[in-house]
Design a protein around this ligand. Structure first.
Ligand SMILES: Cc1ncc(COP(=O)(O)O)c(C=O)c1O
Length: 399
């Protein structure tokens, strides 16, 4: 099958692009360091498998992501289980599957893991997630204010016993994910610098720092044209800062890790969809697409991502004229609008449009169950070659 023959709407993920982004990101990181793929960005099994094959471990935060990562071939030893609230049953699934490395956000979480490790007769390692002040420049800051993420630095310093080793659960490092989508290189470097300082302070205070996960924050364009930012200075700056704080880090004391979702996969995905209706309303072109916030942009609706300004690449019109256009999906709610004043050519029913750079936080971050439309297909390609197609389905199971 050729890409042009795929039924719309369809997300297309290009493995060759994923491999390119991965190689690019490795080039911005100090070496040696470990890179984890944050499965939340795109849990398609072929995407996770491609990154596992390229050498990434996986950062996961639910039983669903755990199963996806295992099915994609990530060995349990390369999984890092994160997240601020976990049911016993989720952790039990993880422990039974062989996951032994967790991020922990509170003394309660340490005690919970200790109890479950006792039940299964296994030991586990935790990295303390720290809520430290975040550097400016975040599109999505997660710490430096009251937050469910991490324990405040002050708390860890004031009550070290609360964060100490349990019998089976040992604290062996730190997790400092400060926020997402930082396109400004100086801001990202400042964030990492601050994290290294915090880690050095906690090591001096007695934390057994064998693994330092510095998080990420590498940015990518979303639902608009554009290329991945370049972070030419980061590796050099971090190399210097790490050497100052931890003279033996290059021999693995501590081991340094990063995690990234969007940078690795955003550019590899596009959504191909079609025009269902075109009309004029109060002087504006209104284009109704097969896809709305049910297929793309649910998190944007929740204001957790930048507003969508999709680039619509059309095929059936040669006109140079641009019209002020409202771009909507088919849902029966006025919230289902991607753009209210996009400048687009005159479009016609049946035109195919493409929204680029939606390989991260696309389908799985959208309001997929709202209003009951079928979900788009997903196609995995390498360049022009279609490797597989599939479709997520929502099913109700009676308890
Ligand atoms: C702990 C943690 N790690 C990694 C990520 C991935 O972020 P991004 O996709 O921006 O790289 C997130 C995103 O929210 C996160 O919360």
């Amino acid at each position: 099958m050729r890409i042009g023959e795929l039924e719309t709407p369809v997300y297309v993920y290009d493995l060759a692009e994923i491999e390119r982004s991965h190689a690019l990101l490795l080039g911005w990181l100090p070496q040696p360091s470990t890179l984890l793929y944050s499965v939340k960005a795109n849990p398609h099994p072929a995407v996770v498998a491609a990154l596992a094959a390229a050498g990434c471990g996986a950062e996961i935060c639910s039983s669903g992501e755990l199963l996806t990562a295992l099915e994609a071939g990530v060995e349990p030893a390369r999984l890092f289980y994160t997240g601020p609230g976990r049911r016993d049953s989720d952790l039990e699934v993880a422990l039974r599957a062989g996951v032994r490395r967790f991020s922990t956000d509170s003394p309660t979480a340490l005690d919970q893991l200790e109890r479950l490790c006792g039940m299964y007769g296994v030991d586990a390692t935790c990295l303390l997630r720290v809520n430290d002040s975040s550097a400016p420049g975040h599109a999505l800051a997660m710490v430096g204010e009251p937050s469910q993420f991490g324990a405040d630095l002050r708390w860890i310093l004031d009550e070290p016993q609360a964060f100490a080793d349990r019998d089976r659960v040992k604290v062996r490092g730190l997790h400092l994910f400060m926020g997402s989508n930082v396109s400004d290189e100086a801001a990202l470097t400042a964030q990492f610098a601050r994290s290294i300082e915090t880690a050095a302070c906690l090591r001096a205070a007695g934390v057994d720092l064998r693994l330092l996960n510095l998080g990420g924050g590498f940015s990518a364009p979303f639902a608009r044209e554009g290329s991945l930012p370049r972070y030419e200075q980061v590796a050099g700056r971090l190399d210097g800062l790490l050497t100052e704080a931890f003279p033996d880090w290059q021999s693995g004391d501590p081991e340094i890790a990063f995690e990234s979702g969007r940078y690795l996969v955003a550019g590899a995905g596009r959504l191909v969809t079609r025009v269902l209706d075109v009309k004029r309303s109060f002087g504006r072109q209104v284009v109704v697409l097969e896809s709305g916030v049910n297929h793309l942009g649910g998190m944007s609706g929740l204001r957790r991502l930048p507003a969508i300004a999709p680039t619509l690449m059309h095929e059936n019109t040669a006109s140079k004229e641009r019209l002020e256009t409202m771009v909507t999906g088919p849902l029966c709610t006025p919230l289902d609008r991607w753009s209210t004043r996009a400048l687009l050519p005159a479009l016609a029913v049946g035109d195919e449009v493409v929204i680029p750079n939606v390989g991260a936080y696309g389908l799985s971050a959208s309001l997929v169950a709202f209003l009951g439309h079928p979900l788009p297909g997903e196609a995995v390609v390498r360049g022009e070659e279609v490797l597989e197609t599939s479709r997520l389905r929502l099913q109700r199971h009676r308890d």
